[in-house]
Design a binder for this molecule. Structure first.
Ligand code: NAD
Length: 257
């Protein structure tokens, strides 16, 4: 499978799943645009290293996915967007009646609204190019719920719904739109949840990982960023040309329960 000649924009891709997806798309030959809101020297160096490693054109573009205008500017600055991976996301855990309003607004903006803005900006480019792939990184929480994650679950269910609508609006075109729904993947986002959970349940790190995080993941193993990246590459392949408007779970059996 070669994605040579295609340009992929991956939001939130200076770490974790986004970086893993960017690496697999680059390995398949795509030029990649990395993104985050940080704009540090190491973000630009990360892109340069990735480009050298896989022999592709790799750039870093700063854009804050909590701003609709910056989401759209990211796509415009990329200049081409054959493959759009909406991955940027944050998490906050709190009972709904205590959920801080600023956290709620940020999660809905970054995890859901950004997907609307980038898709709206990218679709005209895909139509002009005569080919396009939208891959939204949703979550098992786009299909099921957990307590204390109201904003995240609402946002991810929203992304899954948006995925279906975009697929229907592009159904007769050579464009597909799908969502990947990972279970737990060990990334900085997940690492950051461990200390709070250890304190809340008075558990060791191992107990939190096995009995809390992976309690609903029957494989009892984390998914890897390479597996999420490989799934994205598959969705960009010719074999997936008739796969649109659906979700692919990479969750060790979580949503089979
Ligand atoms: P991560 O914290 O490692 O990465 C999040 C990425 O988003 C980073 O690159 C960060 O820079 C970027 N980001 C955050 N706020 C941003 C903003 N305002 N503007 C631009 N970029 C921003 O987390 P991750 O675990 O790799 O998560 C990536 C995606 O995968 C998220 O959408 C998350 O909800 C989803 N997901 C993760 C898991 C998991 O277990 N790790 C499971 C299911 C879904």
């Amino acid at each position: 499978m070669s994605l040579k000649g295609k340009t992929a924009v991956i939001t939130g891709s200076n770490s974790g799943i986004g970086l893993g997806v960017a690496r697999e798309l680059a390995r398949a030959g795509a030029d990649v645009v990395l993104n985050s809101f940080t704009d540090r020297d190491e973000d630009h160096a990360l892109a340069a290293d990735l480009g050298r490693e896989f022999g592709v054109n790799a750039r870093y573009i700063k854009a804050d996915m909590s701003s609709g205008a910056e989401c759209r500017a990211l796509i415009e600055q990329a200049g081409a967007c054959d493959i759009l991976v909406n991955n940027a996301g944050i998490q906050h855990v709190s009972p709904i009646d205590e959920f801080p309003v600023d956290k709620w607004d940020a999660i809905i903006a970054i995890n859901m609204n950004s997907t609307y803005h980038t898709i709206a900006a990218a679709l005209p480019m895909m139509r002009k190019a005569g080919w396009g792939r939208v891959v939204n990184v949703a979550s098992a929480h786009g299909l099921t719920a957990s307590p204390y994650k109201s904003a995240y679950v609402a946002a991810k269910h929203g992304v899954v719904g948006m995925t279906k609508v975009v697929a229907l609006e592009t159904a007769e075109e050579p464009i597909t739109c799908n969502a990947i729904c990972p279970g737990y993947v060990l990334t900085p986002l997940v690492e950051a949840q461990i200390p709070d959970t250890m304190e809340k349940y008075n558990m060791s790190r191992d107990e939190v990982v096995r009995n809390v995080m992976l309690s609903r993941q029957p494989s009892k193993d984390f998914a890897t960023v390479e597996q999420i990246g490989g799934t994205a590459v598959f969705l960009c392949s010719d074999a997936a040309a008739q796969i649109t408007g659906t979700t692919i779970s990479v969750d060790g059996g979580w949503t089979a329960l």
